[in-house]
Design a protein around this ligand. Structure first.
Ligand SMILES: C[S@@+](CC[C@H](N)C(=O)[O-])C[C@H]1O[C@@H](n2cnc3c(N)ncnc32)[C@H](O)[C@@H]1O
Length: 333
């Protein structure tokens, strides 16, 4: 059993990202339940290399047990051979979630004492093992395997890139979109801009293909990919509504993209809805797999995509600011 603690800002997107990665690891791996921001899964260590790709998560680990009261938690903890699970020194770290039903002020100290009494050393500053407790509707106890450093994502935000364009998704969201497209080997972004999505995909070890109608963007995206150490790329100047012309002999397993939302500069003089429809048709021609794509709320992508032949699997809402609300769609050919 594993747990994943997801981010709270777009929980439905975050949960779907976890499901997609578990599915990539093994079709039998599922999310079994959710207690506020804690997901539980039947997956095992074979999922680690996939979960390491997560964008919208704080951490994941091995789930040891759940309890419905503090007494039950302490009793269960006493029966566990902690020496087999914990590398010394250890620390207990509790997360009190917004829906926490229990009085957990003393839980770190109390559980720490139980483990300590089995002869294991404590170090709160630099532990080798973190025993993680989550308080929600239930109490959950696990061992942290990996914590995602917010700093790493911050370093890749648009204004830290050598070629800077403000219109770019947050790296965590870009990453989630790549994962939702179940990319195993490669990704195409036909509106790549400065390459934000491709940076994340490249860092996951995928081969990245990018298209933009503006040569300066293609050159800028190349500078950005190189800056973050992504080497396996194929970037082309071209039109996202004519992908068959840009890649005459290629079919892609995953397309992930964030088309322009409306300023005349990024739309290259086209009407927005017309551009979206043509782009969806063009993507459909070169894709044999999943598409993750963002559209402003004003565009009803579902009907149009289904008419083209896509199966729309999911949509996730995000309010970016007063004048921009959008949906992230996951579709399949
Ligand atoms: C919203 S930006 C993409 C941002 C990108 N996801 C990132 O994170 O940096 C949209 C890009 O689409 C490009 N574009 C506009 N019309 C296009 C078309 N018909 N074909 C290809 N690219 C186009 C624009 O030049 C712009 O760079």
């Amino acid at each position: 059993m594993l747990y994943v603690e997801i981010l709270g800002n777009l929980p439905s997107l975050a949960e779907s990202e976890v499901k997609a990665l578990l599915e990539l690891a093994d079709n039998n791996f599922k999310v079994l339940g959710r207690d506020y921001l804690l997901l539980t899964s039947n997956a095992d260590e074979r999922a680690y290399s996939f979960l390491n790709r997560l964008g919208m998560a704080h951490e994941y680990g091995v789930l040891l047990f759940e309890a419905k009261s503090l007494e039950e938690l302490y009793e269960t903890a006493k029966d566990i051979e902690w020496r087999n699970l914990v590398k010394e020194p250890f620390a207990v770290d509790n997360e009190t979630m917004l829906n926490c039903k229990y009085e957990v002020r003393e839980i770190e100290r109390e559980l720490g004492a139980i483990i300590y009494h089995q002869g294991l050393k404590v170090n709160l500053k630099t532990p080798k093992t973190v025993v993680r407790v989550y308080c929600g509707n239930k109490l959950w106890v696990g061992i942290r395997k990996h914590r995602f450093s917010p700093k790493e994502f911050e370093k890749r935000k648009a204004h830290h890139r050598p070629f800077f364009k403000p219109i770019s998704l947050h790296p965590r969201i870009s990453r989630a979109l790549v994962n939702l497209a179940r990319a195993k080997n490669e990704v195409l972004d036909p509106f790549m801009g400065s390459g934000g999505i491709l940076i994340e995909a490249g860092l996951m070890g995928l081969k990245v293909y990018g298209v933009d109608i503006r040569r300066d963007m293609v050159e800028g995206a190349k500078i950005n990919l190189e800056h973050y150490g992504v080497k396996d790329y194929d970037l082309r100047v071209g039109d996202a509504t004519k992908l068959k012309e840009v890649f005459p002999d290629k079919t892609f397993e995953a397309v992930v993209t964030d088309p322009p939302y409306g300023t005349s500069a990024t739309l290259a003089g086209r009407r927005k809805d017309e551009l979206y429809i043509k782009a969806l048709e063009s993507i459909y021609e070169v894709l044999d797999g999943y598409l993750s794509i963002a559209f402003p709320k004003s565009f009803d992508a579902e009907k149009i995509a289904e008419r083209i032949g896509f199966k729309v699997l999911e949509k996730h809402y995000q309010r970016v600011h007063g004048s921009l609300e959008r949906y992230f769609y996951v579709m399949k050919t």
